[in-house]
Design a protein around this ligand. Structure first.
Ligand SMILES: Cc1ncc(COP(=O)(O)O)c(C=O)c1O
Length: 413
């Protein structure tokens, strides 16, 4: 692992976390390039089926250093808005490796993505399919299916079943009629059923469902099983069975490809690729001891907040906290690590046993590479952190810290 504790100090990509905090300031997101490469390689390397394509789901982390790393590895991009598609095009991803999936896609957005960018649209509803057909008859399209079941670690991230996502199996016949009326060639069948999935079974079931549906469609080039492969957040938590995933899905694809020809398997991992590659470094501003009615609690108030790790507040996401210079030393107190926002719910980590803490110490939130910066906010008019990519002892600023001027640049005074 390239994010590791040596002695009592935390190192990221060969660099001391404290040194990075000093050089670039805090709060700071640090991404380790080698971990991204490893995670990508582990997923792709688990397949014996050769026609596999990874479209990295850049809603998880759209940092240009991370995206550039994945582009160089040969990945494509799962975009969830026209702007993510545009970003991928700007960063040099081949258009044929980008696909847009978005609920609520307007005609104007479709015109831009298909007409101007030349990117494939994965329609998410019957309405989208009808409107797409009118705008771009006789072209290629992919269809997002809702297979009627979801999976994952939280209702917020479960997207299959009774949710707003995709065309239900019962409406698929109608969808294919609409596609025929407009001369559309359905080249892809897609589903994304949820996030934080640790077992292989939902993917096997999903792949079989999509492949069975693909039989009736003469133009299908790929089935896409979405993303959602989970990552352990707490020490000792079960890992995603990556080897089993590749083995089982390869077998299913090989069986079906006998009848379906060269059908490709696409997937859209986000969290799996980037979560473990990212660390949020933050400095302790104050250590407060509060006593009320005989109860005592210690708060470490840091210069970050739920602005930078919103999923703590949204869905109780757990992040492991490491003292960057006293890691592994005996715990001295039970501490609540809290942010600098004026809101009571700004609790980043509750009741953690941490080594001695002093003002100015650097704390690291691990596994912060996914859905952290990309979901961050400016609440309390606080600028977003900078982002740095490290690789074998070198650090490169890949997004500068926001300034007050950035925050007011859209305001009309
Ligand atoms: C369509 C689609 N594909 C892929 C993903 C990536 O999910 P994850 O980061 O859990 O792999 C998402 C996440 O919301 C999604 O909506």
């Amino acid at each position: 692992m390239v994010i590791e504790v040596r002695g009592s100090r935390l190192y990221i990509g060969g660099l001391e976390a404290e040194g990075l905090a000093e050089r670039f300031g805090t709060p700071l997101f640090v991404y380790d390039r080698e971990t991204v490469v490893e995670n990508y390689g582990r997923l792709v390397g688990s397949f014996t089926y050769r026609r596999v394509e990874v479209l990295y789901s850049c809603k998880a982390n759209s940092n240009p250093g991370v995206l550039g790393t994945l582009r160089d590895l040969g990945a494509g991009v799962d975009a969830s808005s026209p702007w993510e598609a545009l970003l991928a095009v700007r960063l040099g991803f081949p258009r044929e490796k980008i696909m847009l999936t978005s609920p609520g896609l307007s005609d104007e957005e479709m015109r831009f993505v298909r007409g101007e960018l030349g990117v494939l649209v994965n329609v998410d509803s019957l309405s989208q399919l009808r409107r797409y057909g009118r705008l771009f008859p006789e072209t290629e399209v992919s269809v997002r299916v809702n297979p009627g079941f979801g999976a994952g670690y939280h209702e917020f991230t479960t997207t299959g079943g009774l949710t707003k996502f995709g065309i239900g199996l019962g409406s698929l016949g109608r969808a294919l009629e609409v596609a025929r009326e407009h001369g559309l060639r359905v080249v892809g069948l897609h589903a994304h059923i949820g996030s934080g999935i640790l077992s292989v079974e939902p993917y096997a079931r999903l792949a079989r469902t999509l492949l069975d549906l693909a039989r009736g469609l003469p133009h299908v080039e790929f089935v896409d099983i979405g993303g959602g492969m989970g990552v352990p957040q707490r020490p000792g938590e079960r890992e995603f069975d990556c080897a089993g995933f590749g083995r089982v899905l390869s077998r299913i694809m090989e069986e079906h490809s006998r009848d379906l020809g060269d059908v490709k398997l696409r997937m859209e991992p986000g969290r799996f690729i980037v979560a473990s590659a990212g660390v949020l470094l933050t400095r302790v501003v104050e250590v407060r001891e509060v006593e009320v009615g005989g109860s005592r609690r210690v708060f470490a108030v840091v210069d970050s907040s739920i602005n930078h790790l919103p999923r703590v507040a949204m869905m109780g996401m757990y992040y492991e906290v490491v003292h960057a210079s006293r890691a592994g030393e005996p715990a001295e107190a039970e501490v609540d690590v809290v942010g600098n926002l004026c809101v009571a719910g700004d609790v980043l980590a509750r009741a953690r046993k941490l080594p001695r803490l002093e003002e100015g110490d650097v704390l690291a939130f691990l596994n912060a590479g996914a859905y952290a910066y990309s979901t961050s906010m400016n609440y309390n008019t606080r600028p977003r952190p900078a982002e740095v990519l490290v690789y074998r002892g070198e650090a490169r600023l890949t997004r500068r810290r926001e300034t007050f001027e950035d925050l007011v640049s859209t305001m009309v005074f």
